[in-house]
Design a protein around this ligand. Structure first.
Ligand SMILES: [Zn+2]
Length: 401
């Protein structure tokens, strides 16, 4: 019996349909494999340089820190970015190709800015005054320390920059910027405008209000000069989530993220020193102190030299806060901070006109170490010779608010 023509057509269509389904499924599996490969690659690439020298626990923490952003990056919902921006995968690819910034090595065994050990785990408060509750907004595989010659409160090596209300993490354009802690995005746009001020110099800016307060006040972090904003106002973010990419938007002379901590209100005048909020690197602690005249008036922009007492070497130079507009910590009330100092015994000195301040301090790991600065005159208290801070001439100093 002959089959009607129609039925063989149906059989043919059925076979074609099955083949199409098999092909579709095969492509789908293949593309799934490809995407998971892309997501896995950054985790390997982001492993911390130098982690081999760290203790196993530090290494584990470093890997956890490096892994967290990749895991959260996948949770970004499509369509959320406000600006045309690369996908997280494309960003990773850009990050891998970007050259590592070269910095002048620092003298006497000071931490180099192109190699960073893993930060200690947050939250950390080994001293009752401490509140190291924030992670660094850039991975350890990139530069995640503030520029040493333009720290919080400084007016730059030539005293010609705006008094710095944050710290600058210099990195190539496209490097990922992380939320420093859990919170809600309250600003993600060009410049920063609110009831307190209007600032266009920040370029593309994100502000996060965190889920925790400090002494009854809200805590905010601000990330400026970004090339891409990957979050929108109202969005919940987790610590370590990729929120944007390093850029050079706004008023800058080189690509970096300008990072601020604000306490009490989201204002340029409510800033605090981020180096008292981000956990120090493994094996290091923070030195903080106050250099004041006899009437208690803080001495502005006084040069400070840090000498390692074991080696006699000058390991760091900085200055006291350069003027009004930057705030000390609510509990420490410092006017200078020297972050990430390897554990040990140090002498802190400052020469200003014919006056000398000096104090000894033992740096304990993972906490703020206060140094009492005694003062005298050059005649009655000779101290190790003071050398003018070497101004890193020719280096780009990103100028930002
Ligand atoms: Zn800055």
């Amino acid at each position: 019996m002959r089959r009607p023509r129609g039925s063989s057509l149906l059989i043919a269509l059925g076979i074609m349909g099955t083949l199409a389904l098999i092909t579709y499924t095969a492509i789908r599996f293949a593309s799934n494999d490809r995407s998971s490969l892309l997501l896995l690659t950054p985790v390997r690439a982001a492993s911390t340089p130098g982690a081999e020298d760290a203790s196993p626990s530090s290494r584990t923490r470093a890997l956890l820190i490096a892994t967290a952003p990749s895991a959260t990056a996948t949770s970004l919902e499509p369509g959320q970015p406000t600006t045309p921006s690369p996908t997280p995968q494309a960003a990773y690819a850009g990050q891998l190709q970007a050259p590592v910034p070269q910095h002048t090595p620092l003298a006497g065994g000071a931490l180099s800015e192109d190699w960073n050990p893993p930060p200690l785990e947050v939250p950390l408060a080994r001293h009752p005054f401490d509140h190291y509750w924030l992670i660094r907004p850039v991975a350890s595989s990139h530069n995640n320390a503030g520029l040493s010659y333009y720290p919080y409160g400084s007016n730059g090596p030539g005293d010609n920059l705006r008094i710095h209300h944050g710290i600058d993490l210099a990195n190539p354009i496209g490097v990922e910027v992380y939320a420093a802690a859990d919170g809600t995005v309250i600003w993600a746009d060009r410049g920063h405008f609110n009831e307190y001020e209007s600032i266009t110099a920040y370029g593309n800016t994100i502000v996060i209000e965190h889920d925790f307060g400090y002494r009854g006040q809200p805590v905010y972090t601000l990330y400026a000069h970004l090339s891409a904003l990957l979050v929108t106002p109202g969005q919940r973010v987790q610590s370590g989530q990729v929120i944007g990419l390093i850029g050079n938007t706004g008023q800058v002379s080189g690509p970096h993220v300008h990072f601020e901590v604000r306490v009490g209100r989201d204002s340029y005048y409510a800033v605090r020193n981020p180096d008292l909020w981000m956990a120090p690197y493994a094996g290091t602690g923070t030195i903080a102190g106050m250099i004041a005249l006899e009437d208690g008036e803080p001495l502005y922009d006084a040069p400070i030299t840090l000498i390692n007492l074991a080696t006699g070497q000058v390991v760091r130079r900085t200055t006291t806060y350069a003027g009004f507009g930057v705030n000390p910590d609510d509990r420490w009330n410092e006017n200078f901070v020297i972050p990430n100092v390897p554990a040990g015994h140090y002498l802190v000195t400052s020469h200003y006109n014919d006056l000398i301040w000096s104090g000894e301090v033992e740096v304990l790991v993972g906490m703020t170490n206060w140094v009492d600065m005694e003062h005298g005159t050059a005649e009655d208290e000779p101290l190790p010779a003071y050398l003018d801070p070497e101004h890193p001439e020719g280096e780009e100093s990103p100028s930002a608010p």
